[in-house]
Design a protein around this ligand. Structure first.
Ligand code: HEM
Length: 398
């Protein structure tokens, strides 16, 4: 029986809560099967899971395209730069990359540390918190608003918008309702940024939004539509991903006290821990692609128009690339994981993301070295982007 037949018979599958909680055994079986085809009602998707296949797909956008029809997330036009294929894609990365360079990011160090401590101050004396809502959500969202130069009092609407797109509040499997919510949310996001752009035409500031508005693509300023299509992606790409990675990392460390103690006693091991937890947890489990031409892979015929999920999490736990792949080793050498994707669309915000994670783990463990998941709680991870929305921790502050 293929995994697809089995999932049709048992009702389980890639989006099963049990799989989201502990995806690694499922990944292992998918890798064994090679290229899997899954059916979801009328929809069908091919899953690529082996390290070498994932690597190939990410590096060959001319076959595995991330163009607009790969995924519908309330957008009216292709998101920039994610849904633009090379060679067009490079002209946008050329102007956006410098905005997220390691130097730009490092300049935020003092400000970010202060923010982390202010957030911790809000709950540290309570001896408990829901890590997700108290810390993992507000940190990246607040930093994002500051970087963009947008008012902090708009935080709540940004949170509602990203949830409206990424996990619309509709009955499970109601794809039509989900699409409706995404489109309505998309309208609101476009309208907000349109106004913010118009305002900055008259009153430029030193935020990222103004910078992008004045960036030149091939000797001309980006059009309002291009700026909108970039901002839309930042909102979706830069918030949930960091939140989910913080959730996954702290949920792991809360349940592995020896590994956690090492971070507390030797903060220089935090950089390795950030990288290894990105690999082991791979919070963005997969990325969508659409096949542009008929192609055969390992004897499996893929057809133009096939929807493909490139399962980053399965590649990141493939022992052909990572020795002892199911163990967490903060000293792992040559950790070439795909948690940030790969190829031309590799994450634009990876320096910013690593910086946020590093500062968060350093300051958190300095303030709250000893913590655990509240007794009796079983953690649920959302599928797709692995958030842990209910992550109750108990602790004594240092
Ligand atoms: C730990 C946090 C993050 C993770 C795990 C992550 C993951 C990813 C992944 C897997 C991709 C590839 C998508 C694909 O190939 O289809 C990607 C692309 C992207 N990410 Fe991130 N991301 C994170 C943080 C951020 C942040 C903070 C930003 C800031 C704006 C950001 C902006 C982007 C953009 C703009 C792209 C598209 C790049 C392109 O198409 O050239 N990400 N990210």
């Amino acid at each position: 029986m293929t995994m697809d037949e089995e999932s049709a018979a048992t009702g389980s599958g890639p989006f099963d809560p049990e799989v989201a909680r502990e995806p690694r055994p499922f990944y292992a079986r998918m890798r064994q099967e090679g290229i899997s085809r899954f059916h979801f009602g009328e929809h069908e998707a091919v899953f690529l899971t082996r390290y070498e296949d994932v690597h190939f797909a990410l590096r060959h956008p001319e076959i595995f395209s991330s163009a607009m029809d790969a995924v519908s997330i309330g957008q009216k036009r292709p998101l920039i730069p994610l849904q633009i294929d090379p060679p067009e894609h490079a002209k946008y990365r050329r102007i956006l990359d410098p905005q997220f360079s390691p130097g730009r990011v490092a300049a935020m160090d003092a400000d970010a540390r202060k923010l982390v401590n202010e957030i911790v101050d809000r709950f540290v004396d309570d001896g408990e918190c829901n890590f997700h809502t108290a810390f993992a959500v507000p940190l990246p969202c607040t930093l994002f608003l500051r970087i963009m130069g947008l008012p902090l009092e708009h935080l709540d609407r940004f949170l509602a918008w990203k949830d409206g797109i990424i996990r619309p509040d509709v009955p499970f499997g109601d794809l039509e309702a989900a699409e409706r919510v995404r489109n309505e949310t998309g309208e609101a996001i476009y309208a907000y940024f349109e106004e913010a752009i118009a305002q900055r035409e008259h009153e430029p500031d030193d935020g990222l939004l103004t910078s992008i508005m004045h960036a030149e693509v091939e000797g001309r300023r980006m059009s309002t539509e291009e700026v909108l299509d970039t901002c839309y992606l930042f909102l979706l790409g830069g918030l949930d991903t960091v939140t989910a990675t913080l959730d996954c990392s702290i949920a792991y460390l809360a349940r592995h006290p020896d590994q956690r103690r090492r971070l507390v006693e030797d903060p220089s091991s935090i950089a390795g821990a950030v990288e290894e937890l990105l690999r082991y947890e791979t919070p963005v489990t997969g990325v969508p692609r659409i096949v542009t031409q008929d192609v055969e892979m390992h004897g499996v015929q893929l057809r133009a128009g096939d929807h493909v999920t490139v399962v980053l999490g399965a590649a990141d736990t493939d022992s052909t690339e990572f020795p002892d792949a199911d163990s967490v080793d903060f000293d792992r050498q040559a950790n070439r994981h795909f948690a940030f994707g790969g190829g031309p669309h590799r994450c634009l915000g990876s320096h910013l993301a690593r910086f946020e994670l590093q500062v968060a783990l350093e300051e958190w463990h300095r303030r709250i070295p000893d913590y655990r998941v509240k007794d009796g709680v079983e953690l649920d991870y959302s599928p797709g982007i692995r958030e842990v929305a209910h992550l109750p921790l108990v602790f004594e502050a240092s």
